[in-house]
Structure formats: structure tokens, C-alpha cells
Write a protein that binds this ligand. Structure first.
Ligand SMILES: [Zn+2]
Length: 213
């Protein structure tokens, strides 16, 4: 039984881990991870598979996550959005919807709704694209660009292309500029509810070797 408890806890861990951003957006959520995990592990001791799924669903709802089965269930993208987000294209400078947006709120991924940036990290760089000097923790992944020089940034949750990150330009104290295509994001003004983050079930389970040994 010890092993079962551990496996179930591990199975739930990635779900909590990939929402490291939630505590920033919703302080109440930060206090909750222990309770659903405990409830889930107790239940799993008697009816493993059924209760484990139920616990995962419950934890997902509490953290504003919707688990999806395939990439087809991500938000539908138009041709230009696909060109940038899926094929790593670049929106023309100075035409983006959010380049000069100064409203307070959260920038989420257009494809999967993951919260990527808060407005208080946005600054004017004059480069023609929205610029941020920090991401919401864990939301953005850095990859070597195929040009061999730049660093590409993608949404950690869905791998959608966001733009590039540049270090050492001294625009702000953090000395970092995330240069992001407006079309890769959607802005949710403070006071409006954030839509649930769409998380592929295969990604949740795939991150835990304990579930798929
Ligand atoms: Zn995404």
C-alpha cells in the first residue's frame, strides 16, 4: 500500500507542478494542493483507478485546469495564428494588438490559455512587439533557435511559439526582454475570470514515470 500511495502522489504531482503560475494569479489556490492530494491518496487505497481519475479531475477543477485528450481540443487557431504559433513565424513589427497595451491584467497563451505574463512585467522597448522582463514562473520554456544564435521561447504547456528572449540589453533592472508576438497571446483584463488552462492528458501522465512504468 505504501507503494500505491507514493505512485498516486507522484501521478498528481505534475498536475500541481505545471500550474506553478496559479499561486500568482489566485492566492487561494496556493493553499490547496495538500488537501486534494491527501484525499486522493486515501481514496486510491481502496479503488485505485476510478478514484485516482476522480481526484485528478477534482484537483484540476480547483486549479482551473481542463484536461483534454488530443491537440484538436486546444483553442482553434486561424491561418495567421497557426503560422506564428505552430510554424514559428513572426508577426510584423508595430502591428500587434498588444504592443502598446498598458492595461492591468494577464497575458495568456492563445492556444492553451496558460497564463504567461503579468502586465506589471511589461515595458516599452520600442522594438515593435510586446516586451516583458519576466514570465509567470514555469510558464515559458527557452530553446536554442534554429538560427543558432537566438533563444526561442515557447509556451511550456502546449509548446506554442511565443517569440524570443534577449539578455543584457539593460532595458530594465532584470536585464531581460521577452519579445513576444501579440498573436501568440490573449489579454485578460484584471477582474475578468481566466479561462481554464487546457492540458493534454498525455502530458500530465507522461511527466510521471511512475504512471507509465
Ligand atoms: Zn500554450
Amino acid at each position: 500500500m505504501q507503494r500505491r500511495l507514493m505512485l498516486t502522489a507522484l501521478a498528481l504531482a505534475p498536475l500541481a507542478g505545471c500550474t506553478g503560475d496559479v499561486d500568482i494569479l489566485s492566492p487561494a489556490a496556493a493553499d490547496q494542493p495538500q488537501k486534494p492530494a491527501d484525499a486522493g491518496t486515501r481514496a486510491a487505497a481502496t479503488q485505485p483507478a476510478k478514484q485516482s481519475d476522480k481526484a485528478m479531475k477534482s484537483a484540476a477543477e480547483k486549479q482551473n485546469i481542463e484536461i483534454i485528450e488530443s491537440e484538436d481540443e486546444f483553442n482553434r487557431l486561424n491561418a495567421e495564428e497557426r503560422r506564428v504559433i505552430l510554424n514559428k513565424g513572426t508577426e510584423r513589427a508595430y502591428i500587434g494588438e498588444y504592443t502598446d497595451n498598458e492595461k492591468k491584467g494577464t497575458y495568456i497563451c492563445r492556444r492553451c490559455n496558460a497564463a504567461l505574463y503579468r502586465s506589471d512585467t511589461k515595458f516599452h522597448s520600442g522594438c515593435g512587439w510586446p516586451s516583458f522582463d519576466d514570465e509567470i514562473k514555469g510558464a515559458v520554456t527557452r530553446l536554442p533557435d534554429i538560427d543558432g544564435q537566438r533563444t526561442e521561447i515557447v509556451c511550456t504547456n502546449c509548446d506554442g511559439h511565443l517569440g524570443h528572449v534577449f539578455i543584457g540589453e539593460r532595458f530594465t533592472a532584470k536585464n531581460t526582454r521577452h519579445c513576444v508576438n501579440s498573436i501568440s497571446m490573449k489579454f485578460i483584463i484584471d477582474g475578468e475570470p481566466l479561462p481554464p488552462k487546457l492540458v493534454l492528458r498525455s502530458k500530465v501522465k507522461g511527466e510521471s514515470p511512475a504512471v507509465n512504468p
